[in-house]
Design a protein around this ligand. Structure first.
Ligand code: SAM
Length: 258
């Protein structure tokens, strides 16, 4: 049976806080602990807390949405998700991996920057991943890069992990560089990313990639990612595209993206 935690949201609303600064309390037998939404290590260490917070209480729909869109896009072009060798970056404790496995994939490779994510995935979803790398994709060693290449990755997913201080642009690009030409990419991003006024590195990178020849956009859809702690819908875009050209090594520099 899934373990239940005693969660409490603070009395003040989270409107002035960025998504990564929002906090809550979790009460266990001995103490009440204040955690920020981005205290991933402490959240993953408490079995079931991540699912209870983001999925039960805040109704996160993103792994289901992005995996379904990916499967349907592949279906529409006569390809099968079941044959794909997928790298899931920012895999956390395996929510996206689990959603992908509902469809079936040929290989599932997880990656995250903190060991607590891998440990929680192995603890809570044993056998889900064929391999799980704890790596900083901004600084992959040549030997890890070679090992990752040996999986012949032809699909790259990242869900609820872009922007707000999570995966940096250079880490995203090094994962994209591992994907074979003609491979697929599926991820979600906050709703403002198409606005010129959103000058954050990530939004600019995604816009540049879509308008370059590197990613061929197949499906873009706005949907409710989850609720804020005040019950307000947080709207995101889910995006599915095909890698249509290698990314030039100086892409970020040329576009002046941090
Ligand atoms: C909100 S969780 C999303 C987890 C999972 N994809 C899901 O949908 O439930 C974000 C994850 O991104 C990971 N992350 C943050 N920065 C990262 C980086 N630079 N490289 C890889 N993973 C990162 C965090 O450790 C965390 O596990």
């Amino acid at each position: 049976m899934q373990m239940r935690h005693h969660l409490q949201f603070p009395p003040t609303n989270g409107k002035d806080l960025d998504q990564d600064e929002v906090f809550f309390y979790v009460r266990d037998a001995e103490e009440t602990v204040k955690l920020r939404f981005h205290d991933y290590a402490s959240i993953y260490d408490r079995r079931g807390l991540y699912e209870q917070l983001f999925y039960d209480r805040l109704k996160c729909a993103s792994p289901k949405k992005v995996s379904t869109m990916l499967a349907e896009t592949l279906d529409s072009v006569g390809q099968n998700l079941t044959e794909r060798r997928v790298l899931d970056l920012g895999a956390g404790n395996g929510m996206m991996g689990e959603a992908l496995k509902q469809y079936g994939v040929a290989r599932l490779i997880g990656a995250d920057i903190i060991p607590e994510a891998r440990d929680a995935a192995y603890r809570d979803r044993p056998g889900l991943y064929d391999a799980y790398y704890v790596e900083d994709f901004c600084n992959l060693s040549p030997s890890t890069t070679e090992e990752l290449k040996s999986w012949n990755i032809d699909c790259f997913t990242t869900v609820a992990a872009l922007g707000f201080g999570d995966i940096p642009t250079s880490a995203f690009l090094s994962a994209l560089n591992l994907v074979e030409l003609g491979g697929w990419v599926a991820f979600n991003i906050k709703e403002t990313f198409l606005d010129e006024s959103d000058t954050s590195g990530f939004s600019r990178l995604i816009r540049e990639l879509i308008f370059s020849e590197c990613i061929d956009l197949y499906h873009l859809e706005k949907y409710r990612h989850r609720l804020s702690i005040d019950g307000t819908p947080l709207w995101y875009f889910a995006l599915v595209g095909q890698k249509s050209a290698e990314i030039p090594p100086d892409f970020l520099k040329r576009k002046e993206i941090e």
